[in-house]
Design a protein. Structure first.
Length: 423
């Protein structure tokens, strides 16, 4: 396709750098989503620029990913990691730098897709300067999050206001699950346009390889049951529930269980502190012999870990979508997840895994025993899980829905308003 035929789109993710290694520095689902959407759209004929805040002095300002998809790091505030609750003050600079970048490059983005409330604010500001359509994905809703946390940060009021205004004024909000849309409607505003397009996963990368082969590759025991967690070390992820559940399972009492808790962490930072706390509980419950912490798992090995596991556990207190669940399912591994948010959409209880009340370690223990105690059922759940991801959550399908949505919203916005016939 000739360059002039391609439409430009900017995906803005101020605090989640799409070019970093996932599993590092709080990088998780949002980083994966923005990068995957970007690359998939580029294949569909868009010229895609992913904008983020430069958070390390040594990072490159522009990173080319694939043809027509690159990350652009704008300098807004100190070039170092800043926790997301402290970024708001730097957003006006981010907007300025974005405008300067457009001018320098001679590009005008008619469509922007913003991610998380910080970027929502950036998008709403940009709209004051130029015509554009804004689509937004929340990734996390303040109104839901603050129900579950003990200490509400000072930035909460600003965040809640931005999330409400964005819902009411953006051309379209992309909810990633019906549950997320329901929360927007009941807790944020009844106004505004919402479309549901789920997150996706790469069904070629995450595939159902044989357990024997996967375990052989990782040097894991062939006959032992393996329960697997992967994700950020954050209290909201409920890793404590999983550990306490493991301690109560019969399968562990029979001496036939291994627990793998994967994910990167930084000593002294919030994720490092949570990791140490979890390790403390593991030791206290006498589980250290059967628990391993492999740290950040590389992109190459992650599919192998999922395939090697008998069950993947997602014990989050809340999850707007939860990419880990569909990655495990794509790998043919059943998922035991909290009965919350997007996990209620992705995991079909009794068909592709089991759902348990959040924070209920007794229920998680029972679910683990049920699945690990019946290999035939485990395999059936795994096959159904894979089929569900193929049908509903493949990146190709998700990206084509997003591409159609951008084109439609853009066409609606630029179409001449029909004259009203006089009565
Ligand atoms: N991931 C991770 N840790 C690693 C390697 C990868 O968490 O060591 C990936 C994981 O595969 C998934 C993403 O990070 O794609 C986490 O997304 P999810 O939506 O489950 O949670 P979030 O981070 O958004 O809370």
């Amino acid at each position: 396709m000739a360059t002039e035929d391609r439409k430009h789109i900017a995906l803005i993710s101020v605090h989640g750098d799409p070019a970093v290694e996932i599993g590092k520095e709080e990088a998780g689902g949002q980083n994966v989503y923005v990068r995957q959407v970007g690359e998939a759209l580029a294949k569909r004929g868009w010229t895609v620029d992913l904008f983020t805040r430069k958070s390390h002095r040594d990072d490159r300002e522009i990173v080319e990913h694939t043809p027509n998809c690159r990350t652009i790091r704008l300098v807004a505030g100190p070039e170092e990691f800043i926790p997301r609750n402290d970024i708001f003050d730097y957003l006006p600079t981010f907007v300025n730098e974005f405008l300067k970048f457009q001018e320098r490059e001679g590009i005008h983005y008619p469509v922007i897709h913003t991610n998380y409330w910080l970027s929502a604010w950036v998008g709403m500001e940009l709209k004051k300067y130029q015509p554009l359509v804004q689509l937004h994905t929340y990734h996390s809703l303040g109104a839901v999050k603050y129900q579950a946390v003990e200490a509400i940060p000072a930035i909460a009021t600003t965040r809640l206001n931005v999330e409400k205004t964005c819902l009411e004024t953006a051309e379209c909000i992309v909810a990633t699950s019906p549950q997320e849309r329901e929360h927007m409607r009941s807790l944020v505003s009844e106004r505004g346009t919402i479309e549901i397009i789920p997150c996706g996963t790469d069904i070629r990368r995450f595939r159902a390889m044989s357990k024997a082969e996967a375990r052989g590759q990782l040097g894991l025991e062939q006959d032992r049951n393996i329960a697997f967690y992967i994700g950020r070390f954050d209290r909201r992820k409920g890793i404590e529930t999983l550990v306490r559940a493991i301690a109560q399972t019969q399968i562990r009492a029979q001496g036939n269980l291994q627990l793998i808790i994967g994910g990167g962490s930084r000593p002294g930072r919030s994720d490092g502190i949570e990791r140490d706390r979890i390790e403390g509980i593991v030791n206290e419950l006498g589980l250290s012999e059967i628990t391993t912490f492999p740290g950040r798992i590389s992109d190459e090995l992650l599919p192998v870990y999922y395939a090697a596991a008998d069950v993947s556990v997602v014990p989050s207190h809340y999850e707007p979508f939860g990419l880990v669940a569909i990655e495990a399912m794509a790998s043919g591994t059943p998922v035991i997840a909290s009965d919350v948010g997007g996990l209620q959409f992705t995991v079909k209880s009794e068909e592709t895994g089991l759902l348990c009340p959040p924070k209920d370690d007794g229920a998680f223990a029972e679910a683990i025993d049920r699945i690990l105690g019946d290999r035939e059922w485990r395999d059936r759940l795994g096959q159904a899980a894979r089929a569900r991801v193929e049908a509903k959550f493949s990146w190709d399908g998700v990206a084509s829905q997003l591409s159609d949505l951008y084109s439609r919203v853009l066409a609606e916005k630029t179409a001449p308003v029909p004259l009203k016939a006089s009565a």
